[in-house]
Write a protein that binds this ligand. Structure first.
Ligand SMILES: [Zn+2]
Length: 285
């Protein structure tokens, strides 16, 4: 009833009234109807509020998202919501970190769960026998190791996202498991056969060279492919390479607590006084 009356008042007054509302109220209002959703989305203050989010190490959220190349993946409204609600999306306990690949608050304990494993993109594809075209729409984050001088970034992905696609493609987790086992056995067999073939061809070639039969040595080829002996030993199949998960914290953002004062978002001074020490430690992790 009240809302019906609210929509009935002149637009200008609606805007004036909305200026009195902070982000939490606006978020609630946006869930009421498509009209109010559009109204709330058009509020320019989201940009301002978004800009006031920074981590314990004083990196702004915008800088962090730009660094990881996912600025367009998180709406300003959602970012403000995540900043104000510091409870874990899984267990409801206090959660300091926003786990960016899933765009969720996740507490320290839940973050240890398998669901939040972070892998290098190529390693994840190899592990689940997927091609790049299979995962075109997956969220990837570009991470640059600050302790290395190299400017090259590493593409990271949440393992659970990749696994989900692999399961969808094959129908079930059991089918996926069987498929991967078959692929791995096949890769092992092929690799062993290729390596033996290579070794045999190389030693035959060397023996012929020793006897001075250079022409014959030149014509030695790999039995399996009929091709000339390559310079390098056959490459180890990627699907069999051990996969080393990354530190999950590199794709997390820990916002400093903000409080709503009227229509403003301000740093929670009380909170930062108490946890200044632990905050500094956290930012180094
Ligand atoms: Zn939790």
């Amino acid at each position: 009833m009240t809302l019906a009356r609210l929509s009935a008042i002149p637009l200008e007054l609606q805007y004036l009234a909305s200026k009195e509302l902070g982000p939490s109220d606006l978020l609630a209002l946006s869930h009421v109807s498509t009209y109010w959703r559009a109204f709330v989305l058009s509020d320019k203050r989201w940009t301002e509020w978004f800009a006031s989010i920074s981590s314990w190490s004083d990196e702004t959220l915008e800088q962090c998202l730009t660094r990881l190349n996912i600025l367009d993946k998180l709406s300003k409204r959602k970012a403000v919501y995540l900043c104000l609600r510091d409870s874990c999306a899984l267990c409801g306990e206090y959660a300091q970190d926003i786990y960016l690949p899933h765009i969720k608050r996740v507490c320290e304990t839940c973050l240890k769960g398998e669901e939040f494993t972070v892998l290098q993109f190529s390693a994840a594809l190899a592990k689940y026998d997927l091609r790049e075209r299979d995962v075109q729409h997956i969220l990837t984050l570009e991470w640059r190791n600050p302790s290395r001088s190299s400017k090259r970034s590493t593409k990271l992905v949440s393992e659970s996202h990749v696994k989900k696609i692999a399961i969808q493609n094959l129908g079930s987790e059991a089918t996926l498991q069987a498929h991967l086992e078959r692929k791995m056995a096949e890769a092992r067999r092929t690799y062993t056969a290729r390596s033996e073939d290579y070794r045999k061809a190389v030693s035959t070639c060397a023996a012929l060279q020793e006897t001075g039969n250079l022409a014959a040595a030149e014509t030695v080829v790999l039995a399996r492919t009929g091709r000339k002996i390559p310079k390098a030993f056959p490459a180890f199949p990627p699907i069999l390479l051990p996969v080393r998960p990354m530190d999950r914290k590199v794709v997390c953002f820990a916002p400093r607590p903000l409080v709503e004062v009227g229509g403003e978002l301000l740093l929670d001074v009380n909170d930062s006084d108490e946890s200044e020490g632990s905050g500094a430690d956290g930012s180094e992790a």
